[in-house]
Design a protein around this ligand. Structure first.
Ligand code: XIL
Length: 346
């Protein structure tokens, strides 16, 4: 095979997150790679609530429309990201005119209106939605977000119910990071079981898979795939990247407490990634793709969180202004030396 999408065609979708330059086709080199390599897309930012409904009742759909048109024109599996998330949500969502938290009823109604408006606009066109994003903490408890504080854990089943009402045929997903942390994995399993027992339609669980070179262990990710699949839902890799830079748990021996200060040690590859590191990155990607292939009966999609290294959020998170190399294509949209190995694995 000569491309990822061709190689993995009978196994799972190969996806990429698109930024605005790609959605609006301003970045020809990036778009060429997307069309050549991927058969699924997700919007990196433009469907988040702060972009789609920056003020109450004022919806902005131009970017999201373009994104969906791009996917349709190219016969892609289109994923909507994300309906209910504590981050990149506009502040008005949670407060009244005087700045005080709204009541449970008001927040539920705002959530209902947001989800109905967004999902019904793309009914039958967006194939799956990340309905709820990042609601569980590493220790397995619910995140104390505004949604949780004001509504309680019911915000989760309610969000799924509203999405189902708006498009009964769309797949509905729960999506989260660090799903290989055992206590978090258990918390997600508990939550999904509760949803299922309550008769809530949930079709899949997304593992974001923002990895580092040394963490998490592939074996822990495997346990997560197996346990999530045992719930009877699809399992998908939704936001994959592998940072080569130190980041707390993601890289041994480099705990960062002050995320604003950095020195050369925290940004060591401004002149390019040394060959040895590139090899390490390739081996790490291969280990994960081997795992996904081993569980191809459980995994429905593998999506990379971006196309070229220059686009990646990892250059700015958790520390701004670094040079990271987390994706499969370099800053010129040339394939990394190990791309063909990933293609040949399939
Ligand atoms: C990130 C985007 O990549 C950045 O451009 C943006 O500034 C912040 O959000 N988990 C998610 C994604 O579910 O939506 C996040 O995307 C990365 C972490």
């Amino acid at each position: 095979a000569t491309s990822l999408k061709e190689a993995y065609a009978d196994k799972f979708y190969m996806g990429a997150a698109l930024n605005l330059n790609q959605i609006w086709e301003k970045d020809e080199a990036a778009v060429a790679v997307v069309l050549q390599q991927f058969n699924s897309i997700v919007a990196e930012n433009c469907m988040k609530s702060m972009h789609v409904q920056p003020e109450e009742g004022r919806f902005y759909f131009r970017d999201a429309d373009k994104f969906v048109e791009f996917g349709e024109r190219n016969n892609m599996h289109i994923v909507g990201h994300t309906l209910v998330w504590h981050s990149q949500a506009p502040n008005w969502f949670f407060v009244d005119a005087s700045g005080k938290d709204v009541s449970r009823e008001v927040l539920i109604e705002r959530m209902r209106n947001h989800i109905h408006t967004v999902v019904s606009r793309y009914k039958g066109r967006v194939h799956g939605w990340d309905v709820v994003n990042e609601a569980i903490l590493d220790n397995g408890d619910y995140r104390n977000s505004k949604f949780y504080q004001i509504i309680g854990e019911d915000f989760i089943p309610l969000a799924f119910k509203f999405a189902q009402e708006a498009d009964p045929d769309a797949e509905l997903y729960y999506n989260d990071y660090s799903t290989a942390v055992p206590t978090k994995r258990a918390g997600i399993v508990r939550m999904v079981k509760k949803l299922q027992e309550a008769g809530v339609k949930i079709d899949g669980i997304g593992m974001q898979e923002h990895h580092g070179l040394y963490h998490p262990d592939v074996a822990e990710v495997e346990k997560t795939i197996v346990e999530f699949a045992a719930l009877g839902t699809k399992v998908m890799v939704t936001e994959m990247d592998i940072s080569v830079l130190p980041h707390g748990r993601a890289n041994v021996g480099a705990e960062i407490s002050d995320t604003t200060a950095y020195d050369e040690k925290l940004n060591p590859y401004t002149e390019g990634l040394p060959a040895k590191k590139m090899e390490e990155l390739g081996n790490r990607y291969k280990a994960f793709f081997e795992l996904y292939l081993k569980h191809q009966d459980k995994i429905s999609r593998v999506t990379l969180w971006g196309v070229g290294d220059g686009d990646s959020w990892k250059n700015d998170w958790p520390i701004q202004g670094r040079t990271d190399y987390p994706l499969l294509f370099d800053r010129e949209y040339q394939p990394k030396p190990f791309l063909q190995d990933l293609i040949d694995l399939a």
